[in-house]
Design a protein around this ligand. Structure first.
Ligand code: PLP
Length: 389
């Protein structure tokens, strides 16, 4: 028996395969420090848990509207307008089981077989497989590390063909932590308008922006508002990765297609989790906790960047958002896979090889700072020991 040809070629998620290896090693009793994952170490805020519990106990455990419960869609539309200046009617929002399915629904709604979708490397590992699964062709554009991974309008324009349908923009970016500035957003707008592209704005790290940097939602940029699909998730900012809650907000013309997909693949997103989502958006204590987590990540990132930059051969730029660092490491001519394996075997520290985010990042690894302060200190000591051997 054979599975579909397209799926035989599809790689397993590169980050998930590392996490599986880490889980096996831990199970065998190894003291592994895991900086390869992408999930907050903080507990889910209590008010969110209580609301889900209350909703379950009061019988809110059945099918609900496939696009999402009205309270949550209203709260999301309000949040997008008030916090992001992005105007979507509640009916333009589809609540999904996390950001990943939101991206899939977005892609499946717009792609005809063979349509091309641009992605900007370094890029999160799942964009390319999600495009392939939706029947499209991913066109990767490698942004230049020497130019701080700045969006390059000439490279983007050169990658467009008559089949180019959309571009995925992840802001703040995983793995670089880069936050787009207004100039880049305007360049993106000019390109999208000139080439008639749909912009899929993956803004799942929106809550995690540091220093003087300001997060601006792409859907708030004039002329992008009617061609942007905004993808959001509660996973990272609210520390509810395992609950599975996210959404997409999309132009009216795409609503019917996206609603059909959501209805057929999911029926609806878990009812009581959606109730908890309303609290996540509205509750003042939750907002404080989200802010507290952001401050803690900022402190950890400062510490990690400073420690890494003290190690010979390591150059670590300071990220402005998300919770990763993406240093360049020059050690014994090792490429990023050899380096990640070496760190795991030699000092039991798991990091993600740079090539998971684009084939040209052969000298980089991604290190997650969503790990306890103690583990970060210990891991950085071990990394230094390994890299100074
Ligand atoms: N988008 C980006 C850039 C991510 O890094 C992730 C998770 O790592 C997701 C989307 C998906 O998040 P989730 O499906 O947990 O909401």
């Amino acid at each position: 028996m054979k599975s579909a040809t397209m799926l035989q070629k599809l790689p397993e998620s590169k980050t998930i395969s590392i996490l599986n290896k880490v889980a096996t090693l831990k199970h065998e009793g190894h003291n592994i420090l895991n900086l390869a994952g992408g999930e907050p170490d903080f507990d889910t805020p209590q008010a969110i848990i209580e609301e889900a519990e209350n909703a379950m106990k009061s019988g809110f455990t059945h099918y609900v509207n496939s696009g999402g419960i009205p309270e949550l869609r209203n709260a999301i539309a309000h949040k997008l307008k008030a916090e992001n200046g992005a105007i979507y009617d509640p009916s333009q929002i589809i609540v999904t089981a996390g950001g990943k399915p939101a991206i899939y629904v977005a892609l499946k709604s717009i792609i005809n077989p063979g349509d091309e979708v641009l992605i900007l490397n370094p890029a999160w590992v799942s964009f390319e497989p999600l495009i392939t699964m939706a029947g499209g062709v991913a066109i990767s554009i490698d942004l230049d590390a020497d130019k701080d991974f700045k969006l390059d309008k000439d490279l983007l324009a050169a990658a467009c063909t008559s089949r180019t349908k959309a571009i995925i923009v992840n802001n703040p970016n995983n793995p670089t932590g880069r936050v787009l500035n207004l100039e880049e957003m305007h360049e993106l707008r000019d390109l999208a308008v000139a080439k008639d592209l749909i912009v899929i704005a993956d803004e799942v790290y929106e809550k995690l922006v540091y220093g003087h940097h300001k997060f601006v939602s792409l859907a708030s940029i004039p002329e992008l508002e009617n061609r942007t699909i905004t993808v959001q998730s509660f996973s990272k900012g609210h520390a509810i990765t395992g609950w599975r809650l996210g959404y997409l907000a999309l132009p009216k013309e795409l609503l019917s297609a996206a609603s059909k997909i959501q209805g057929h693949i999911a029926t609806c997103t878990t009812a009581f989790v959606q109730k908890a989502g309303v609290v996540a958006l509205k509750d003042a204590d939750v907002k404080e906790e989200v802010d507290y987590m952001r401050i803690r990540y900022a402190t950890r990132i400062n510490r990690v960047v400073s420690l890494l930059n003290q190690i010979p051969g390591v150059t670590c730029p300071h990220p402005n958002g998300a919770f990763y660092v993406f240093p360049e490491i020059k050690f014994r001519d090792y490429d990023s896979i050899e380096l990640a394996s070496y760190l795991l075997d030699e000092v039991q520290v798991a990091v993600t090889p740079g090539v998971a985010f684009g084939s040209s990042y052969t000298q980089r690894v991604r290190i997650s700072c969503a790990t306890s302060d103690e583990d970060i200190e210990e891991a950085l000591m071990r990394i230094e020991k390994a890299l100074t051997k």
